[in-house]
Design a protein around this ligand. Structure first.
Ligand SMILES: Cc1cc2nc3c(=O)[nH]c(=O)nc-3n(C[C@H](O)[C@H](O)[C@H](O)COP(=O)(O)OP(=O)(O)OC[C@H]3O[C@@H](n4cnc5c(N)ncnc54)[C@H](O)[C@@H]3O)c2cc1C
Length: 481
């Protein structure tokens, strides 16, 4: 159900006495916000409460990842690991087999039985899960953007279009900002041939087949962009640049699980952890297992591993191993990988391991100066378009999102020390200038500094369930007042 300003007033969201029925406002209705709302709505403590989700997009549950309409933008995780309920791993798989699901494009299912569906299909799944809650009015979608939040004994949300909303409990689920422009490319700011946010609808539509393209970044976003450009037709090459030249690794074979164990007596230093990983990789290789088994284990034991590392060791780990971790941990969908290899074999995709040095705008196009890894000489690439695939600039999310910036000004929010997003307590509350802020919770990847690995959907789901449970506890406390 979509509720406009008038309906909000009619429904009593602003007049309800907080002691009787506290108002819960979830800001951001991407996957995290929708999943918190869904779990909270199932919780007995929330019966009779309004759960408001403020999200400018037309559908809840899509956000940046699942709002794409491009059929070549696929889930990079097989269907049986994509679920909104951690207690029901096959929930999405069963929905895919149901009458509600759309027909999947050819090649979505592999011989192994794994399905890598377009991400838009997962967006449909989420919309389907939210539909009954919206229809019953258990969850209310306010299609607007929060511009400012005043924090006192409660919260007042100021919207871009609608009247202010008073809330007792607030969940921030705003996650992914646009990518930041690298310092070396600042001269391209405002250039019409710079595609600074490729996730914007139609952002790649105008890229002609004969235009020389540079994609900055070589991870999953770059692979998605290449898949779109390949479908549109290419004759000129696409240059794909990153410091190491690494790209996301493909999935491994079906195999036994590793016996490697990282959560019992976890490492206290980055070096200690690295040594244990290396030993586990050697032992697994001797058993005929690929590296995937160790990385899967690291992922599932991530929260315990992360919690055991003191702050300086976390920083060290990120500095030395983050790029390597990302390409092994975030694996590419087999279909997207195939497209990438085909383009590379045909010379339409060229990978560069190099640092950006600068850019010059000339009559021949944009000349990008790069320094290839291990070389002192500078090389120049002449291109017609530059596309940023460096990923969301989480480090500047507070400055970029006025709603977050307003809370920071009031001392109710601060960046996390690792530059991942928002400083968050293990319980999920924002940590302000004077400690955890009662009633203010952080859902989604912006809490990564505290949780550790919190980007892929399985981890985001667990954290959303955790946040829903904490909000439910807070509701019980309200009712007792
Ligand atoms: C491109 C991409 C592809 C991915 N693919 C996969 C995958 O295949 N498998 C997997 O396991 N994981 C995947 N992930 C990871 C994971 O699923 C996402 O990180 C997760 O969806 C996070 O969702 P979110 O709701 O926290 O954030 P977002 O998707 O960023 O949603 C936040 C929402 O908040 C809204 N918002 C922001 N500011 C305001 C405001 N002031 N007022 C109101 N609303 C606001 C935005 O409109 C947005 O819809 C992918 C991530 C990305 C970015």
């Amino acid at each position: 159900m979509f509720l406009d300003r008038g309906d909000t007033r009619k429904s009593g969201a602003r007049r309800t006495a907080p002691v009787v029925a506290p108002v819960i406002a979830i800001i951001g209705g991407g996957y995290s916000g929708a999943t918190v709302a869904w779990h909270l709505a199932q919780h007995p403590a929330s019966a009779g409460n309004q759960i408001l989700v403020i999200e400018p997009r037309s559908e809840l549950g899509q956000g940046l990842a699942y709002g794409t309409t491009d059929p070549d933008h696929r889930l990079n995780v097989p269907d049986h690991r994509m679920t909104l309920r951690s207690d029901d791993p096959l929930h999405f798989r069963r929905w895919l087999a149901s009458d509600q699901a759309p027909r999947l494009p050819a090649g979505s299912a592999l011989l192994s039985g794994d399905i890598f569906a377009p991400r838009a299909v997962f967006g449909r799944y989420m919309a389907d899960q939210m539909a009954p809650l919206l229809a019953e009015g258990r969850v209310i979608h306010i299609r607007d953007r929060v511009q400012r939040i005043d924090h006192g004994t409660d919260f007042t949300l100021h919207l871009a279009d609608g009247a202010p909303i008073r809330a007792d409990l607030v969940v921030l689920a705003v996650s992914h900002p646009a990518p930041g422009l690298p310092r070396e490319l600042q001269d391209l700011a405002g250039d019409p041939d710079l595609i600074a946010d490729p996730a914007q609808p139609g952002a790649l539509a105008a890229v002609g087949p004969d235009e020389r393209v540079l994609i900055v970044g070589s991870g999953l976003t770059a692979a998605d962009i290449l898949a779109t450009l390949e479908r549109q037709g290419r004759s000129a090459p696409v240059h794909i640049l990153s410091r190491h030249g690494w790209r996301s690794q493909p999935h491994g074979p079906k195999q036994a699980e590793t016996v490697a164990e990282f959560s019992r007596d976890p490492a206290r230093t980055a070096l200690g952890l690295l040594r244990r990983i290396r030993r586990a990789l050697r032992e697994d290789a001797a058993q005929g297992l690929t590296w995937h088994a160790v990385f899967d284990q690291l992922r599932s034991q991530g929260p315990q591993i992360w919690a055991a590392l003191p702050a300086p060791e976390r920083k060290r780990l990120l500095r030395h191993l983050r790029a390597l971790w990302d390409v092994h941990r975030f694996r590419i969908a087999p279909q997207t990988h195939e497209t990438l290899l085909r383009a590379e074999r045909a010379g339409r995709a060229v990978f560069h391991a190099a640092r950006l040095v600068g850019v010059e705008v000339t009559p021949r196009g944009r000349e990008i100066a790069i320094r290839p890894r291990g070389k002192s000489q500078i090389t120049r690439l002449a291109v017609d378009r530059v596309i940023l695939a460096t990923g969301p600039a989480h480090g500047s999310v507070i400055a970029e999102n006025p709603a977050l910036a307003s809370l920071q000004t009031q001392g109710a929010l601060q960046p996390d020390p690792l530059g991942f997003g928002i400083h968050t307590a293990p319980g999920g509350q924002a940590i302000g200038a004077s400690g955890p802020v009662p009633g203010l919770f952080i859902a989604g990847p912006l809490a990564r500094g505290t949780v550790g690995e919190l980007m892929g959907l399985p981890e985001v789901t667990l954290w959303a369930e955790h946040i829903a449970a904490r909000v439910a506890e807070a509701l019980v406390a309200f009712t007792r007042i």
